[in-house]
Unconditional design. Structure first.
Length: 363
């Protein structure tokens, strides 16, 4: 559990950056009012509590309340990407029972607490045993048999933002990820992929200079492109677009990759990250011109992935998930501001239509 000082520092940091970035009132006129918007969030995490006292039913009820209040028509729930350092781990089977009772409101992905564990444990090794390959494929097949729309949240590079939040790094074209792309392609499934992108090696910025983050961060963009090119039938949803942490995920990079890789999609997170110049919204809640051109040129390739962490009201305590849950209301409000600032036809695609098609959601 985090100390009070640590929790307060993280929360104040989140709030302070929000005030800096969104402190001005909008000077533009939105294309539609926020109270009539409906949208789908394709990147949601449930917090159920510790083993023996888990309450994913309560998390699902809390999510339904949020959905009704914020006009979120559906959510896609998935476990965050975990490694063995942040045990106890959990995967889709912890919450699937709770959300299967509401099939028109929820769908799910799996693997963040199982497939991703195997991937991170394999590490940099390019030699993957036949036994591990069989175990990995069997787990992936099980996840799909249980009704998952795909796999997630998977990662090849995940920065640690606070105590208890793992740093994870493997090659983006790791043999297990190439295998997963083939499995996804065969089953018309998708992969939700977290990648803090780097064109080349760089020294970690000062705010990331403490362990478990290493002093040198490895370049991963070329390997990511090899993963995308490996199987063009594998749909890859790159999570957290617009919430750039290292300053390299620009609209220019997004445009180049979307043009080159037709199987690449992006889910938008409405938090400015550490590089607010790469965020879609200005401080007055207007769409940056470069972002508007990108969205208009690729209207079918973007969805909303809020990265909301939702917990039952009775759950108390610290930990990264509970800290991140406190930013969820802010993300919902920013998402509505973003969708309202878009032209109406483009807003409908990004808010609803693309997610319905890509995730094969029931109406």
């Amino acid at each position: 559990m985090l100390s009070f000082h640590c929790r307060a520092t993280v929360i104040l940091g989140l709030c302070f950056s929000s005030l800096l970035f969104f402190g001005e009132k909008s000077g533009g006129q939105p294309t539609q009012t926020t109270d009539r918007l409906e949208w789908i969030d394709v990147h949601v995490h449930f917090i159920g509590g510790k083993s023996g006292r888990q309450d994913y039913e309560g998390a699902a009820r809390a999510a339904l309340g949020v959905m009704d209040e914020s006009r979120i028509k559906k959510m896609v729930v998935m476990p965050p990407p975990q490694d063995y350092s942040n045990a106890p781990n959990y995967d889709y089977d912890s919450f699937a029972g709770a959300i299967k009772r509401q099939p028109t409101r929820f769908a799910f992905l799996g693997g963040g607490g199982s497939l991703n564990l195997m991937l991170q444990a394999a590490g940099d090794s390019r030699e993957v045993s036949n036994e591990l390959k069989r175990e990995f494929e069997d787990k992936a097949s099980e996840i799909l048999r249980q009704g998952a729309r795909g796999f997630g949240e998977m990662t090849a590079h995940h920065l640690s933002h606070t105590s208890g939040h793992p740093y994870e790094s493997v090659a983006a074209d790791h043999p297990l990820l190439l295998m997963l792309a083939d499995i996804a392609a065969r089953n018309d499934a998708l992969i939700d992929f977290h990648l803090d992108v780097l064109p080349e090696d760089m020294k970690a910025p000062e705010w990331l200079s403490s362990p478990p983050n290493p002093q040198i961060l490895r370049g991963n963009l070329a390997a990511f492109e090899r993963l995308l090119a490996h199987n063009r039938k594998a749909k890859m949803v790159w999570a957290h677009a617009g919430s750039d942490m290292l300053g390299h995920w620009t609209t220019e990079l997004s445009r180049r990759l979307l043009e080159k890789h037709p199987n690449l999609y992006m889910s938008l997170r409405m938090a400015p990250g550490r590089a607010p110049q790469n965020h879609p919204l200005t401080r007055s809640n207007e769409i940056r011109p470069g972002w508007l051109r990108l969205l208009q040129d690729f209207p079918d390739r973007f969805v909303i992935g809020g990265d909301q962490f939702l917990a039952p009201p009775s759950l108390k305590g610290g930990g990264p998930g509970m800290i991140f849950s406190q930013r969820a209301p802010m993300i919902r409000e920013r998402t509505k501001a973003f969708l309202s600032a878009l032209p109406a036809d483009l807003s409908r695609k990004i808010a609803m239509e693309n997610a319905m098609r890509l995730y094969r959601l029931k109406d």
